[in-house]
Design a protein around this ligand. Structure first.
Ligand code: ADP
Length: 341
């Protein structure tokens, strides 16, 4: 096989941009990936590099490298439009000739993941620091003499306990999310009776609802088809949705769970007569740590991760999620799953 043919094919098919410049800074070769990332009008061979590269920082680096006749490879990072690129400049010398090879790698996705990770770590640190600062503050006050008064002692210990509970809930939710994302917590589908899950979870929330002056009910038709899903994960979905429905509903309100089946699906809706969600926030509430009202969510013991977990689990079932809400009137969070044949 002809070596040139092989090299041409490699240059054409590779997902790295390649640009080769001669001693005078004119283009000897640009591969398709390079031209896709930095489109130029007409043929590029033989044209000066400043004609091809409109990205100022890249052009400056390339011209600088040519001018300095660099002796070792150099790396730079540039942004072009909404994308990020890593550029590897390699000098090529042959006798008195100097050429510059430029390799271009699209690192937009890497950067995006890096930003998500950084934001996530910053969010988690912030979420943990807030209750921890309170715990420390109350504990210090007690150690500074506050313990002498029995009532203060009890009151402060209750606050410490509340914050510690929130921290442990946050860590539980983080672990659940991380296990779901890393596929350690797999979704094992089997026929599930949603009626059993709804009855068990609503029962578990009866006391919490009663203590808040909220009534809770469920409506399940006879002959509800079984869904195909993972019982434990679906229980978690209902727990998170019911917990929110009760959290964001005032005393005197009502929470209901309704199930239905037909057209090959089983649907469950959790409806509350609570505070509702402004239309502009609905698209974002499934993001990690996104809350309509941060202070209120924290006050109620929320972690900001409940709906992110719900979304993950329902997506893992190839199911669908629905939200309908009206501020001041209430919300309905629903999901549908494939019915068992
Ligand atoms: P949190 O722990 O803050 O409740 P979630 O991920 O469960 O976190 O929910 C995200 C946000 O969505 C909440 O902070 C709240 O603003 C809003 N939300 C969720 N469920 C309801 C609901 N039933 N009624 C009103 N707002 C809700």
């Amino acid at each position: 096989m002809d070596k040139n043919v092989i090299l041409e094919t490699v240059a054409r098919e590779m997902h790295t941009g390649v640009l080769v410049l001669n001693t005078s800074g004119h283009v000897l070769h640009a591969n398709p990936f390079f031209l896709k990332s930095f489109p130029a009008r007409g043929a590029v061979e033989g044209r000066p590099v400043s004609d091809i590269l409109k990205n100022t920082s890249l052009l400056e680096s390339v011209e600088g490298a040519m001018h300095r006749r660099i002796s070792r490879p150099e790396d730079i990072e540039i942004c072009e439009g909404a994308g990020f690129f890593k550029v590897h400049l390699v000098p090529l010398r042959e006798k008195r000739d100097f050429s510059l090879l430029l390799f271009l790698q699209d690192i937009t996705e890497e950067k995006r993941v890096e930003t998500i990770k950084k934001d996530f770590v910053a969010n988690v640190s912030h979420e943990l620091r807030t209750p921890l600062a309170s715990i420390k503050g109350y504990a210090e006050t007690l150690l500074d003499g506050g313990m002498d008064d029995k009532d203060t002692l009890k009151e402060f210990l209750k606050v410490i306990d509340r914050h510690a509970t929130r921290m442990s809930r946050l860590i539980d939710d983080l672990l659940t999310l991380s296990r779901l994302e890393s596929h350690q917590m797999t979704i094992v589908s089997a026929p599930v009776d949603m009626k059993d899950i709804i009855q068990a979870t609503t029962k578990g929330f009866e006391k919490q609802a009663r203590d808040k002056g909220i009534t809770i009910s469920s409506r399940i038709p006879d002959g509800l088809q079984r869904a195909s899903g993972d019982k434990d994960r679906l229980e978690q979905v209902l727990v998170n949705l019911l917990d929110n429905a009760i959290k964001y509903t005032q005393s005197g309100g009502h929470v209901s769970v309704a199930a239905s089946s037909g057209n090959g699906t089983v649907r469950v809706d959790v409806t509350d007569t609570g505070i509702g969600i402004p239309a502009g926030d609905i698209a974002r509430i499934f993001e990690r740590f996104y809350r309509v009202d941060k202070a209120r969510s924290r006050e109620l013991g929320g972690t900001g991760l409940g709906l992110a977990i719900v979304k993950h689990i329902i997506q893992g079932h190839n199911g669908r999620l629905y939200v309908e809400s009206e501020p001041g009137k209430g919300s309905t969070f629903g999901f549908s799953l494939k019915a068992c044949k």
